[in-house]
Structures are given as C-alpha cells and as structure tokens.
Design a protein around this ligand. Structure first.
Ligand SMILES: [Zn+2]
Length: 254
C-alpha cells in the first residue's frame, strides 16, 4: 500500500516535469533552466508553491504574486501521469519493464499535449524515441526482433503510403509527418501485431471525437482534431489490453 502511494507521488512529481517539457519544447527553451516562474509576472515559483496537484488547490489556481489564473492543465497533467504510474506499477511491479513503459507513457503524454496545443509532434521526442524504444523492445521487453523490425517499417510505411495517396488524390496535406514518425516509434516498440489494434482504436476514437467536435464547434474536419493524441491513447491502451486483443485475433488469422 505504501509503495502504491509512493508510486503515485513519484508520478505526480514527474508529471510536474512533463508540464515543463510541454511548455518549453515547442518554444525551443531549455527544460532545466531557468527554474519555473509565473508566465505573467515572472516571479520565480517558491518551492512550497511547486508541489504537484496540491499547490494548485492551495493557491486556488492563482499566482501568489500577481493573481494571474494558473491553467488547470498543470494539475491535470500531474494527475494523469500519477494515475498511469500507479496502474503501471500495479501491473508490472518494480521491474525494468515498468521503467520502460513508464518512460514510454511519459513521452506520449508530452506528445499528446504539445500536439493538442500546436498541432505538431516534436521530432526531439519521436526521432530519438524510434531507436530507443526499438532497442528496449528487443533487449528488455522480449519482443521478437523480426516483429519489431516489421512494426517499425509498417508503422512508418503504411501511414506514409496513406498520406501520399491522400495527398495525391485530394491535393491537400492529410496526415502529418509527425504522426508517421510517432507510429513508427509505436510499431517498433510493440511489434507489428500491435498496429492492428493501434490503428483500429485510434481511427475509431479519432472519428468519434472528430465528428463531435465538428458538430459542437462547426469546424472543418481537417482542422478539428490532431491525430497524435489518439495514437498515443491507443498505444497506452495497448499496454493493458494488447495481450487479450492478440489472443482474440489469433483464431482469425490461423
Ligand atoms: Zn504571477
């Protein structure tokens, strides 16, 4: 029990760091310097006002110095990271697998929120992520290397082909290059079988949310929603549901 609480707190602290990444990577700023400050009055944030989730509640979502509203996104990212750290720890315990899934999930959380804000998936995460998670898959996660190689190639290739054909037929840019690199990273990490689940889950969820956003905001589908958050959500869901999904599929392609 005490370990679960520790895992949650650890996740919240890391979530606090992920907030910094989400905020500074698109601005090309350093993620270690300067220390956190209020974006409005630039007063450095006191260490006792920098406690994940709790400080936000104590400060009632306002800067102690200038009273500017603090976005609810900060505690949300901390809460999401804490929750995933806890469930990953409950599933895998304190193992190397836990550590790899934890880093993988943290990277996807950063990608998701940057994509929501700026409609880009930062190369600084996806490009090093491709070889790092590919190697982790083979040497730590026990994914057969052939499956990881095919996953990497299909992940990168299939989306590239879809985007190419879409652009050729409609003369408009469809899926972004960032999505392709992200799917290559995911495919190389889980192996090619995962891509069936990832593509089904993400396109279904994306279509549902896309249509909802179109109706509510009366926006064009193309501008409605970025795809990165759905790929990310599908990848995290695969950590928990992947094994049962593959079990379910085996009779289909036997
Ligand atoms: Zn302030």
């Amino acid at each position: 029990m005490i370990l679960y609480i520790f895992a949650f707190i650890f996740g919240a602290v890391v979530g606090s760091f992920l907030n910094v990444c989400i905020f500074r990577i698109p601005a090309k700023g350093s993620i270690v310097k300067p220390s956190s400050q209020c974006p409005q009055c630039h007063h450095p944030i006191r260490f006792y006002d920098n406690i994940p989730i709790i400080s936000f509640l104590i400060l009632r979502a306002k800067c102690r110095d200038c009273g500017t509203k603090i976005s609810w996104r900060y505690p949300l990212v901390e809460l999401i990271t804490a929750a995933f750290t806890l469930v990953l720890f409950m599933k895998f315990g304190l193992t190397l697998k836990f550590l790899v899934f934890f880093i993988f999930t943290a990277a996807l959380i950063v990608i998701t929120f940057i994509d929501l804000d700026h409609q880009i998936i930062p190369d600084v995460i996806s490009l090093p992520g491709i070889p790092i998670f590919f190697l982790a898959a083979i040497f730590i996660m026990g994914v057969p290397w052939q499956e990881a190689v095919i996953g990497l190639l299909i992940g990168g290739g299939v989306l590239f082909a879809i985007a190419f054909v879409y652009e050729f037929l409609t003369k408009r840019e469809g899926m972004g290059g960032g999505d392709i690199k992200l799917l290559a990273m995911i495919g190389g990490f889980f192996g090619w079988k995962s891509l069936i689940f990832i593509l089904l889950f993400s396109s279904l969820a994306g279509a549902l949310v896309g249509v909802a956003v179109m109706i509510i905001q009366k926006k064009n589908m193309k501008y409605a929603v970025p795809f990165g958050p759905f790929l990310s959500a599908a990848a995290v869901a695969y950590i928990f549901l992947g094994a049962s999904f593959i079990q379910f599929l085996i009779p289909v392609y036997k």
